[in-house]
Design a protein around this ligand. Structure first.
Ligand SMILES: [Zn+2]
Length: 168
């Protein structure tokens, strides 16, 4: 028998026995945001690597690094790449050849390159606030529109999905 990993939960019962949001679940909710953001970005690119057209092993690349919380969950900040083009391609990978990647992007997706410049220049990426469960609930409510109820519940869980529906 392996160690039992305690499963984090987005919801918990209060003293009155009602289901409420778990205030300690910020990391879990951020994980939900990351997962949904990634799925929405890949769908936005029709499930294909924007460089080579592969349909397998797809990643959502953050144009502006995800440590910048202001743009972390904006769909505009996502770009769909396969694992190879994302991290290994010597010519175009943003993580291997930054210059090659930048000029490829400017040439092939000028509107995306333009958005990235705008975001840096206006400081969109800098937005920062206290990250509470409610901060992430707002993001989840926004991302929800890109999914069917079932797809959304498959990521965040049915009870939490219903909670968001009732409390948005
Ligand atoms: Zn690729």
């Amino acid at each position: 028998m392996g160690k039992r990993k305690k499963r984090r939960s987005a919801m918990k019962k209060n003293r009155q026995g009602e289901w409420v949001i778990n205030p300690d679940a910020t990391t879990l909710l951020r994980d939900f945001c990351d997962a949904l953001w990634s799925k929405a970005v890949i769908a936005d690119y029709a499930g294909k690597c924007a460089i080579c057209g592969r349909t397998e092993n797809l990643n959502a690349h953050h144009l502006i690094n995800r440590h910048h919380t202001g743009t972390r969950h904006m769909l505009e900040n996502g770009f769909c790449l396969c694992g190879y083009c994302h991290t290994m391609c010597p010519n175009y990978s943003p993580h291997m050849n930054e210059e090659g990647w930048k000029s490829w992007l400017e040439e092939n997706f000028p509107h995306v390159a333009k958005w990235e410049h705008m975001a840096w220049n206006t400081g969109l990426h800098k937005f920062d606030s206290v990250k509470t469960v409610f901060y992430y609930c707002d993001i989840l409510n926004h991302l929800k529109q890109y999914f069917s109820d079932d797809e959304f519940a498959a990521v965040v869980g049915k009870r939490f999905s219903e909670y968001l529906e009732e409390n948005q």
